[in-house]
Design a binder for this molecule. Structure first.
Ligand code: PHE
Length: 502
């Protein structure tokens, strides 16, 4: 089968009808005329024509045209004459001179003011005072113009007769509210060379079936019916269904990985005390991370209540090691500082509180939540970002196990090349950082370690606690193939729509 025959075979009945109609119009017509030519509704014609255009069989040419039509006022001008014309006629009838009151009575008070303005503008008459009366006198120009229509009058007439208008009358009639304008797209459909070749070959107008119905099968009619072949490569507009934001999808995935590994999810508040966020974690009060430069302190509430007994014992741990075998940080602990409220700077605040409330092992918990730091925004930093936090609290938990859990987690997400490097956090010992290889470079993903006795003992926790806090957005940009962390929050609808499900 030649390629032209293949195209002909795949034409729908409507497409064929439009082509035949175009043929009868010598290859070029408007959709309106084609529709009148027995093809059916304008929508049908346009639909079929767009398909024909996408197959290169016709061209659709569009032109924007301004269409004018008469307003109510314009129609009145046409039937009664424009006010100045009515006045001129009266002037002629009374030998070129009429007093103002008489004219007002003849053509109406409303028309009079407009008529006077235009009589003067067109130089048709002058207004003079005679014997204490205002009198209108016709001019030679008025006498001349009484013989024929003005341009504006001609324009109104041709509009009524269905012709279009142009030129100076348009603006003057528009100003007088006699006409209104509307933009209209005028379309012309014409056969391309390919279209002409198809028509030369001839079109068979018998309807071909495009759908196999239960009825056709039941009656056996399908055996003799002719089916229109499908062009599976034909263009169709893409439809994008609603879906969750990719970050939410990723969070769901991470949750299911941890749940699959036997973890339970917890959550907490954004506003926390320094005590739970830092002091309990043995972060000294002069640590740079607690600086105004790094942390958002809250004006309201300025302070948060802390259990007095616990506050005392943590103060001791900081000052001299307290009940632990540590010597502490050896400085004067401020209880006031401890009660300040802040936006949580890490999700570790929730795990440590959970451990305090559930000191008995075993427990395996995780959480994914927002944290806040005074960071300058750039391609890898945001002041508001999310962490994937977790702990394992059980007898004989060890460092290898921690590495194993993190490896398993990242492997399940699809990251193969990981490395673990020694790190430092005031609350873990040993501590390590996880890095993943991405586009040939090592990218830091987060911290982890085993909670120090200075952290666990004052809270009554007896067994080993493995802990980690990982960045979510870093995982997300690698996962989604982005270069910049900010792109996650741009809400670029086009990107979001086209993004496949994770
Ligand atoms: N809280 C640390 C951070 O925000 C991560 C961490 C969590 C480190 C738990 C060790 C243990 O970077």
């Amino acid at each position: 089968m030649s390629s032209l025959e293949k195209i002909i075979n795949e034409l729908s009945l409507h497409e064929k009808e439009v082509l035949l109609s175009l043929h009868s119009f010598e290859g070029k017509s408007t959709p309106e005329d084609i529709a009148k030519n027995d093809v059916g509704s304008l929508v049908k014609v346009m639909n079929a024509s767009s398909w024909l255009q996408s197959k290169g069989i016709v061209d659709i040419h569009e032109k924007l045209e301004t269409i004018y039509s008469l307003t109510k006022e314009g129609k009145k001008f046409l039937t009664q004459g424009m006010p100045e014309r009515q006045a001129l006629t009266e002037l002629i009838n009374s030998n070129g001179q009429i007093d103002l009151d008489t004219l007002g009575n003849k053509i109406g008070k409303d028309n009079l003011a407009i008529a006077l303005g235009w009589l003067k503008k067109r130089d048709w008459a002058t207004l003079q005072s005679k014997d204490n009366k205002k009198v209108i006198l016709i001019t030679p120009q008025g006498k001349k113009d009484a013989q024929h229509n003005t341009q504006d009058e001609d324009a109104l007439k041709s509009l009524k007769e269905g012709s279009s208008i142009q030129g100076t009358s348009v603006s003057s009639l528009k100003k007088r509210g006699a006409i209104k304008e509307k933009e209209k797209i005028l379309r012309t459909i014409s056969l391309t060379q390919k279209g002409k070749n198809i028509l030369k070959k001839g079109l068979d107008i018998t309807d071909v079936l495009s759908q196999l119905t239960p009825e056709l099968i039941q009656t056996g009619k399908w055996k003799t019916a002719t089916f229109r072949p499908y062009d599976v490569s034909a263009f169709v507009p893409s439809l994008y269904g609603g879906k969750k934001h990719p970050l939410t999808q990723l969070i769901d995935k991470i949750k299911s990985i941890f749940v699959g590994m036997g973890f339970q999810e917890i959550a907490g508040n954004y506003v926390e005390s320094c005590f739970w966020t830092m002091d309990v974690l043995f972060i000294p009060q002069d640590h740079p991370a607690r600086d105004l430069q790094d942390t958002f302190y809250c004006k309201q509430p300025p302070r948060m209540p802390v259990d007095k007994h616990l506050l005392d014992s943590i103060a001791n741990v900081h000052e001299n090691g307290g009940s632990t075998s540590s010597t502490g940080w050896q400085y004067k602990f401020s209880k006031k500082e401890a009660q300040k409220s802040i936006l949580r700077t890490h999700t570790t605040v929730n795990t440590i509180r959970y451990l305090y409330e559930h000191p008995d092992p075993p427990s395996k918990i995780f959480q994914i939540g927002k944290v806040f730091r005074r960071e300058n925004i750039d391609s890898t930093h945001l002041p508001e970002f999310q962490q994937v936090e977790g702990i394992v609290h059980e007898k004989n938990a060890n460092f290898c196990q921690l590495i194993g859990i993190l490896k398993e987690f990242y492997h399940q997400l699809g990251f193969e090349k990981l490395r673990f490097r020694p790190a430092y956090f005031p609350y873990t010992e040993p501590s390590m950082e996880v890095e993943v290889q991405w586009h040939g470079k090592w990218m830091e993903l987060g911290g982890s370690g085993i909670f120090r006795p200075e952290v666990t003992e004052p809270l009554g926790i007896k067994e080993t606690v493995l802990a980690w806090g990982l960045g979510l957005e870093r995982i997300a940009i690698m996962y989604l193939g982005l270069n910049d962390i900010r792109e996650l929050y741009f809400s670029d609808l086009d990107w979001l729509k086209k993004l496949p499900l994770l």
